[in-house]
Design a protein around this ligand. Structure first.
Ligand code: ATR
Length: 271
C-alpha cells in the first residue's frame, strides 16, 4: 500500500520539504507520496483529522502550526516538549505522535560539514531568540557545550528562552552583540537577518577568535553576508541548508524505516 506523507503549513508553496522527501522516496524506490498541503489556522483541526481518515502515515509541520499542532497530538516526546514546538508527526492506529527534529538537524549539519568541531571546546553564542534559537539551545545543551550566551534585539525574548533552560544562560544586550562573540567557540545566527531582501546581520565576526565556527540558519543566499565576512577572515563556516536537509531525516525514518543521507545531489536539487 502506498505510504502517504505530507507537509502542512500556510502558506506552503515555499516549502522545500517535498523536494527533499520525494528525492529520498525516488532514491530508495519506495511506493510513497509526499505532498505540500496548505491548511489555514482555522482549518488545522479539521485538516489533521482528514489526514488521519485518509490513512496518512505522518506529516511535517511548518509555519504557522508548529505550536498549535501540539493541541492535537496524543503524545509529544521530550524533545518537542522542551523545545515547545512540533515539526514532525507520525500517525499510528489513529493516534498522533509529535516530535521535533530541528535540534537533530542543527547538530548533524555541523557534524557532517565540520567533523573536527568540538562542541565541548568552548562557549556558543546564539544570535536571536525565536523558535529556531530555542531548538538550537536545546541541541547545544545536549552536546554538553560548556556555556551559552544569547543576544537578541528584544531582551525579554532572550530572557524567556533562558528561563526555560535549567542551565546557566548568559544574556547580552543587542548593542553588546559584538562583545558577546569575543570568546566564542561557535556562533550561530538564528535571526532572519541576512536573508535575501532583509538587512544583513550587523556583526563583525572578527571580534571572535579566528578558530570559532560560524554558522547561519539562513540559506537564501547560501553564503550570507555574515558567513562571507567570516570566510574572508578564514574562519570555518557551515551554511544553513544542511540544517533543513538533516532535520527531514528522522521523519523519513519514522515513516519509512530508512534513515536517509544528505548528499551533494540532494543539496543541489533543493538549492
Ligand atoms: P524563528 O522561529 O525562525 O526563529 P522568529 O520567532 O520570528 O523566527 O524569530 C526571529 C528572530 O529574528 C528573533 O530573534 C528576532 O528578534 P526579536 O525577538 O527582537 O524580534 C530576530 N530579528 C528579526 N528581524 C530582526 C532585525 N531587524 N534586527 C534584529 N533582530 C531581528
Amino acid at each position: 500500500m502506498t505510504i502517504k506523507t505530507a507537509v502542512i503549513g500556510h502558506p506552503i508553496n515555499h516549502s522545500k520539504s517535498p523536494i527533499i522527501h520525494n528525492h529520498w522516496i525516488r532514491q530508495h524506490g519506495l511506493d510513497a507520496t509526499y505532498e505540500a498541503l496548505d491548511i489555514s489556522c482555522e482549518n488545522l483541526e479539521q485538516g489533521v483529522r482528514k489526514l488521519v481518515e485518509e490513512g496518512y502515515s505522518g506529516f511535517n509541520v511548518t509555519l504557522p502550526h508548529k505550536i498549535a499542532i501540539m493541541d492535537f497530538c496524543d503524545e509529544i516526546d521530550e524533545t518537542a516538549t522542551v523545545i515547545g514546538a512540533v515539526n514532525t508527526v507520525t500517525i499510528k492506529d489513529g493516534k498522533l505522535y509529535g516530535t521535533n527534529t530541528d535540534a537533530f538537524g542543527f547538530i548533524q549539519n555541523i557534524k557532517q560539514n565540520a567533523p573536527e568541531f568540538e562542541f565541548k571546546g568552548g562557549k556558543a553564542v546564539i544570535i536571536g531568540a525565536g523558535g529556531a534559537a530555542r531548538a538550537i539551545l536545546y541541541a547545544l545543551l545536549h552536546e554538553d557545550v560548556p556555556g551559552v550566551t544569547v543576544t537578541n534585539r528584544t531582551p525579554a525574548k532572550a530572557q524567556a528562552l533562558a528561563v526555560h533552560s535549567p542551565y546557566n544562560i548568559k544574556i547580552l544586550r543587542w548593542n553588546e552583540r559584538e562583545d558577546a562573540i569575543r570568546d566564542a567557540n561557535l556562533i550561530i545566527n538564528t535571526t532572519s537577518l541576512g536573508m535575501s531582501g532583509q538587512d544583513p546581520l550587523d556583526i563583525d565576526p572578527s571580534y571572535a577568535p579566528a578558530s570559532a565556527l560560524v554558522t547561519d540558519i539562513v540559506y537564501t543566499p547560501l553564503i550570507t553576508d555574515f558567513l562571507a565576512r567570516a570566510q574572508k577572515r578564514e574562519m570555518p563556516v557551515v551554511t544553513g541548508i544542511g540544517m533543513l536537509l538533516h532535520q527531514a531525516r528522522p521523519g523519513f525514518e519514522l515513516w519509512h524505516g530508512i534513515l536517509p543521507d544528505v548528499t551533494p545531489a540532494l543539496e543541489e536539487s533543493v538549492l
